[in-house]
Design a protein. Structure first.
Length: 544
């Protein structure tokens, strides 16, 4: 008889965790679950404020602990079931208790076994892996800004400072879920051995200090997990402590020695003096850090579980050539243009029009090959003028346009008839907000490859999206919020249109789509509908 294959031993590790309310919040809606004996670790960020986010987080911690005490099923199955059970328990409590209506949470769960680590993830909490080579983020933020950061469209610092940083597409507790529901639990299988470490944290940490600083703190205190956690929380509070701060640090038995050996080898190879008299070990310039992160990202690509839909939404952005020159509108630059129209008239294919914060009462028509971006997303408002009926804020009817970060605002005295009139080919709309007195948010009227993603249609008068005959846009991971007295659908779709809807969130709509019945069910599959809005905060949620 052949010898049985040896069973790998569970890596030896030590762990510590802590949570802190931060410098601004009075309460703490974060919860931790740390069971080193079973290898179960979770950081849970409650959402809801007065709607009892802390209750949702506490329920999730309890249910996850109960499920994972029973070692039944594969690690991935156990993780999926634990999070789904927590989700449905939170939803049941919220429905039974009006004072807790609308409570949800986001979380990252790690199960360490003899085969590595299995991660279950929903929302914008995070898990980082640290090795001798550096730090890598294994989870994806389920948010419009997180996706732009993960695609390298925004730098980490730009994403941290983005005004929509805390919005998410997925949560635990707002709707019923089965363990295998798509667009719910992201499961990642990754390596974990005694020469590596894991960090789970809430966005109160990752929004305050960048990954380079996180890595530096971990390396500085490696071998003392409790000190690592204490130092990370202190750093987040020193940076402002704008949210609750939580961290769990899991360190393999050989990680500290590996890090120390790597630092010593680095000093010897470069001839540097000891770290005590020089800059911290293994310093990296921003350019070098970005390159190292991308190499690590690619090497871990098979573990990240990115879906084809996500890849499609950003593929064009990644393949586009860099703009030949920027044309700046507004602000105090000496060569600035006074209006968006002036800059667009001067632009050529491949150019980028960058708009400084402010209000611009203009009807903009895109030129072929020209991109239009807000310098700071959300701070550039396109508004109408009262004397101009039938106002169309922006028209893209040519080739290869990209529109990013604008805010289209209709007012009672100056309504907007159409926010975006999209008739072109190769058109991308990303991170745009349309709200207020608007007749049609986005009017899509041809069969060009048009993408509307990571945008927000908030309480507009009319229809957020109208898809005309023959049009086939990709509409993905947007948020549609109905007016309290609204009756219109989120989208009107012509009989012979063939759009693709992926991962969108519909809040407060009695009828999400006005579409042929045979097409309606197919289009809504993989999207989330929340029938009523139990709390005044607009979706996607913004963590306190």
């Amino acid at each position: 008889m052949a010898d049985a294959a040896p069973v790998p031993a569970t890596p030896r590790f030590s762990a510590a965790g802590a949570t802190d309310p931060g410098r601004v919040r009075n309460g703490n809606e974060d919860r931790l679950h740390l069971d080193a004996e079973r290898g179960v670790f979770a950081v849970i960020d409650g959402v809801g404020g007065q709607a009892s986010g802390e209750v949702a987080a506490a329920i999730a911690a309890q249910v996850i602990a109960q499920r994972l005490e029973r070692p039944l099923g594969t690690p991935a199955r156990r993780v999926r079931e634990a999070i789904a059970l927590a989700n449905n328990e939170i939803l049941g409590h919220a429905q039974a208790a009006p004072e807790h209506a609308g409570m949800t949470c986001v979380l990252t769960l790690a199960l360490v076994t003899d085969h590595g680590v299995t991660i279950g993830h929903v929302g914008d909490t995070r898990l980082y892996a640290l090795t001798r080579a550096g730090i890598a983020k294994l989870t994806r933020d389920h948010s419009p800004i997180g996706e732009r950061e993960d695609s390298h469209e925004l730098t980490e610092l730009e994403a941290m400072r983005h005004p929509r940083r805390n919005e998410v597409f997925r949560d635990v507790g707002s709707a019923f879920h089965e363990p295998d529901d798509p667009y719910f639990v992201e499961v990642i299988e990754a390596a974990f051995d005694e020469a590596s470490a894991l960090l789970l944290c809430s966005d109160g940490l990752s929004d305050m200090i960048p990954s380079t600083r996180i890595e530096q703190i971990v390396r500085q205190h490696a071998g003392r997990p409790a000190r690592v956690v204490e130092a990370l929380i202190a750093a987040a509070n020193a940076a402002g402590g704008k949210d609750n701060v939580s961290a769990i640090y899991v360190e393999g038995a050989r990680f500290a020695r590996t890090v120390s050996a790597a630092a010593t080898a680095g000093r010897r190879s470069t001839g540097d003096a000891p770290a005590s008299s020089q800059a911290p070990a293994n310093p990296r310039t921003p350019t070098g850090r970005s390159w190292n992160s991308r190499v690590t990202w690619l090497s871990l690509g098979a573990l990240l579980g990115l879906t084809a839909g996500i890849g499609l939404a950003w593929m064009v952005a990644l393949d586009r050539p860099l703009p030949r020159r920027p044309l700046v509108v507004g602000g105090d630059s000496p060569d600035r243009y006074a209006t968006i129209g002036d800059a667009m008239a001067a632009a050529s294919s491949g150019d980028l029009v960058i708009v400084a914060p402010g209000e611009y009462a203009e009807e903009v028509t895109m030129k072929d090959g020209v991109s239009l971006e807000a310098r700071t997303p959300g701070t550039v408002a396109l508004v109408a003028t009262p004397e101009r009926p039938g106002w169309v804020s922006l028209t893209a009817a040519g080739l290869d346009n990209r529109i990013v970060g604008l805010h289209l605002l209709g007012r009672g005295e100056a309504p907007i008839a159409v926010g975006l009139r999209l008739r072109g080919h190769g058109v991308q709309v990303v991170d745009v907000t349309i709200e207020g007195h608007v007749g049609t948010g986005a009017d899509i009227g041809n069969d060009g490859d048009i993408i509307v993603s990571a945008s927000r249609f908030a309480e507009i008068d009319g229809v957020p999206i109208r898809v005309g005959a023959g049009a086939r846009p990709l509409i993905r991971q947007n948020v549609f919020v109905q007016r309290p007295d609204g009756r219109s659908p989120a989208a009107e779709i012509a009989m012979d249109a063939s759009p693709s809807l992926q991962g969108n969130v519909f809040v407060g709509y009695a009828d999400e789509l006005n579409a042929p019945p045979a097409l309606r069910a197919q289009l809504l599959d993989g999207n989330l509908s929340i029938p009523s809005r139990p709390r005044p905060a607009a979706a996607p949620r913004r963590t306190p």
